[in-house]
Design a protein around this ligand. Structure first.
Ligand code: ZN
Length: 260
């Protein structure tokens, strides 16, 4: 094994290991943006009694299991939505390791992180979500130019189409009743990453996942929790559609070539 290969594999190992922490960080960022606070504003505190949390309360997933799903300070049952981003991040990282060829594995882990960040921030911090979507689009172009995915012309066209639709949607999203249109932030990045044809497929899959998310989150929601806004479900659905299409691009094009 060369030094570069060893470095590459270590980077992947570290990214998988810290993935629950990125989920936890993104959730905190999204929650604080929603209440107008900065993600760098002080230490994490208990949502219920306001007590500052100790380091042992902040270990993703493990703290939850050790405390039995209750806060240590005031034994209030913890919200499920605190745990889901951490588990999602870990699942996405493991999924990538099991699915992707080695050269595409590192970019895929970055894509997983960006998709999750954009989905969680699309509603509470739309400007940051848009910046992250542009970074994802750049990554899409770079992978295409490095010959790791399909033709760059197709990706430029996808990006342009996505940008056109997103601009129309953003204009509409200024109406509070059409806030769900903020999820269109994903479209340019989807086009740049997947190209035109697969972008269409990802949007269809994404719409189905958004419906599923909205139904499931209504079922697991506690009575005192606010319902998940449709924009969040749509953003999470589009992230999921992009993820599945990205992971299985080869399998899907293979299936199409042979008429299923
Ligand atoms: Zn407490």
């Amino acid at each position: 094994m060369t030094f570069l290969e060893a470095l590459y594999l270590s980077a992947i190992f570290v990214l998988v290991l810290v993935s629950p922490m990125t989920g936890s960080f993104l959730k905190c960022w999204a929650d604080r943006s929603a209440t107008g606070k900065s993600v760098t504003d002080g230490r994490s505190f208990c949502d219920n009694c306001g007590k500052t949390l100790a380091a042992r309360d902040l270990i993703p997933i493990l703290s939850w299991i050790i405390a039995g799903g209750k806060s240590r300070c005031c034994t209030t049952p913890l919200r499920w939505t605190l745990l889901t981003p951490e588990i999602t991040s870990l699942l996405l990282a493991v999924w990538a390791v099991l699915t992707m060829p080695l050269p595409l594995l590192l970019p895929t882990l970055v894509i997983a992180w960006l998709l999750q960040a954009i989905a969680l921030l699309a509603v509470p911090a739309p400007r940051i979500a848009t910046i992250l979507a542009m970074i994802l689009a750049l990554l899409g172009f770079t992978l295409s130019l490095l010959d790791m995915t399909g033709a760059v012309e197709n990706r430029l066209l996808g990006f342009a189409l996505g940008l056109l639709c997103a601009t129309v949607a953003w204009t509409g999203a200024s109406d509070p009743r059409a806030r769900y249109l903020q999820a269109a932030t994903f479209l340019p990045a989807m086009g740049a990453l997947l190209g035109v044809g697969f972008m269409g497929l990802a949007i269809l899959v994404g719409a189905a996942l958004a419906l599923l998310h909205s139904v499931v989150s209504r079922i697991i929601k506690r009575a005192d929790e606010a319902p998940v806004p449709p924009a969040t479900s749509l953003a999470i659905g589009l992230a999921g559609g992009t993820w599945l299409t990205w992971l299985y691009t080869d399998a899907i094009s293979h299936a199409f070539r042979f008429g299923f």
